[in-house]
Design a protein. Structure first.
Length: 576
């Protein structure tokens, strides 16, 4: 059976795995290391200051907005006034980009979506420093609701609004409540439950206010006729119960359900042919909530009780995953009091999150505090594997060679070895370099083209992650080739992919080459921390100004994000 042929970008992503920035710095960092880190950060800030003065030279509003927004977000703590100045420039460019013609052309709509994404990315950067400014930016760049194309983008606009509310919930509850009320003014949405839960973790007053507003809104909707709202109401009532909302507020919701059911005669005996019967059948899940919450009051609706689960709801597993994805380890552990029957699963998820974030001490504490069970054994075994990793890496080298013999295809062998080196490099750099050298020899046998280019870039990334200047030597030879490809693609713009916008490379990642350049930007931290000055010098060789500025920007951001973690990749899982 023929092997699957991967695209250029996917080959690199599979080999290297996701990019992890901002690794935890250890307390053992020496004074010399701290001074070197401070000096490196100063170089990064100086580069950003230089880039800020060059942004205006670009012709594309998209590129100006994208690069200026990135610079401002990274520069804020170093030069707040300059960052604010840049965000004003970004606001102007985004507003210009959102003024697309009222047409049904796909390209116009695509342009609108590009600037909507830039808008959200910029809001995310501002939120970290000034939530009020983020809201002002959001309002100042609002779409024209009267435009035809704006109507098509209405869903995107509303999603942005809800995302903003969720992101500011932790640190600016009043703003989150204001945004949630704006969302609620258009109707109920499942996102409101998520906003409530985020507020409820630290800001009970605002969470309760939102809860009451939702109950009031449900009272204004005909829940019999509006199936979606009725579905929301049932899930809302089942998902948020005391003590996570006060008894008084919850009673208001229960009273609303009882009132609606009674208004349709569901609390009285009916003849089989009564036209109100179908209404009560539809409202039965609401009455079931009343019966469960207040048995004495719900007794009048007992004829209409349905089994739990008649309506699906945001269950404990969904809430657990939400807390793990958007909250902290403490937020995850807090769910043990709400779902005591799931304590083992919750502690395992918190443990996994701590391990993923490289917080080994936190993971050890969770493991030691867990009750004896299969889950605790799993935690202990995983922590043990971390401790024994170094001693087993040499044994893995023999295993790598054995598995390599089973990998079919030259390109597949290269990427297998690159992935293996990235996995063992943190504990056995010398062996990892040997594995990369072997991968390089195999890569040389590839025909010149996309696969060889992909393999060389993957090699360069992993070499640099291991602090070997051989990675930068590879990139020095590749930049001229990339320039040739960019120039050729620019001449073919619009034939296969739309690489240019307003005469400049659009940074959108379209096509194999666009995705490749974006991958280089994503992993720029490894080049920057290998040798910052040399990496800046090499990226200065890019012919196009916009690509050169973006490369410099990503190198600076790679430094400011903090020490990077090793590239995670389980070499044994590579497709053979």
């Amino acid at each position: 059976m023929r092997k699957k042929i991967f695209t250029l970008l996917v080959l690199i992503v599979i080999a290297l795995g996701p990019y992890y920035a901002s690794a935890q710095q250890t307390s053992s960092t020496s004074k010399a290391d701290a001074e070197a880190e401070a000096a490196l950060r100063e170089k990064a800030y100086a580069l950003l200051e230089t880039l800020a003065g060059q942004v205006g030279t670009m012709q594309s509003p998209e590129n100006r907005a994208r690069i200026a927004s990135n610079i401002a977000g990274s520069l804020w703590t170093h030069n707040e006034s300059k960052a604010r100045e840049l965000f004003i420039m970004v606001q102007q460019d985004i507003n210009a980009g959102l003024q697309v013609p009222d047409s049904e052309e796909p390209e116009d709509f695509q342009t609108l979506m590009v600037f909507q994404r830039l808008r959200m990315d910029t809001i995310n950067r501002i939120i970290a420093h000034d939530p009020e400014l983020a809201y002002d930016f959001y309002m100042a760049t609002a779409l024209n609701p009267d435009s035809k194309i704006g109507e098509r983008a209405k869903e995107s606009e509303q999603a942005l609004e809800m995302q903003l509310a969720r992101q500011v919930a932790a640190n600016n509850p009043e703003l989150a409540l204001k945004l949630a009320r704006k969302v609620l003014s258009r109707g109920v949405s499942n996102e409101l439950q998520k906003i409530f839960r985020q507020l409820n973790r630290k800001h009970k007053d605002q969470a309760t206010a939102l809860y009451k507003d939702i109950v009031q809104k449900l009272g204004e909707i005909d829940l019999l006729k509006d199936y979606d709202a009725r579905y929301f109401a049932i899930n809302f009532a089942n998902s948020i119960t005391p003590p996570y909302i006060d008894d008084s507020s919850y009673s208001e919701l229960i009273s609303l359900f009882a009132k609606i059911a009674a208004a349709h005669g569901c609390n009285r005996k009916m003849a089989e042919d009564d036209e109100r019967t179908q209404a009560c059948v539809n409202l039965a899940p609401l009455m079931t909530v009343v019966i469960r919450a207040n048995p004495s009051r719900g007794r009048q609706f007992s004829a209409w009780k349905v089994e739990d689960g008649y309506y699906s709801q945001v269950g404990p597993y969904g809430e657990l995953e939400e807390a793990a994805t958007e909250g902290t380890v403490d937020d995850v552990l807090a769910l043990t009091s709400k779902y005591p029957q799931m304590e083992d699963e919750i502690r395992w998820r918190a443990f996994s999150k701590a391990r993923y974030d490289n917080e080994i001490e936190v993971a050890e504490k969770i493991a030691s505090g867990s009750r004896d069970s299969e889950w605790k054994k799993r935690m202990t075994a995983e922590l043990g594997s971390v401790q024994t990793q170094k001693s087993t890496d040499k044994e893995k080298l023999a295993d790598i060679q054995q598995q390599l013999a089973e990998v079919k295809g030259t390109m597949q062998q290269v990427m297998f070895l690159v992935g293996a080196a990235s996995q063992i490099g943190n504990n056995d750099r010398k062996t990892a370099i040997k594995v990369l050298s072997q991968a390089g020899e195999i890569s040389d046998r590839l025909r010149p083209g996309a696969e060889q280019l992909a393999s060389q870039i993957a090699l360069a990334m992993v070499y640099c992650s291991l602090k070997s200047d051989r990675g930068l030597t590879i990139m020095e030879a590749l930049v001229p080739k990339l320039n040739e490809l960019v120039e050729a693609s620019a001449k073919l713009d619009g034939i296969e992919h739309r690489y240019l916008r307003d005469g400049e490379w659009n940074m959108s990642g379209d096509g194999g080459l666009g995705g490749l350049l974006n991958a280089l930007a994503q992993y720029a931290a490894y080049f920057a921390r290998c040798d910052f000055d040399r990496a800046v010098s090499i990226s200065s060789q890019f012919d196009r100004t916009e690509i050169r500025l973006m490369a410099h920007l990503k190198l600076a951001q790679g430094v400011l994000a903090g020490p990077v973690k090793p590239l995670p990749f389980a070499y044994s899982s590579y497709e053979r």
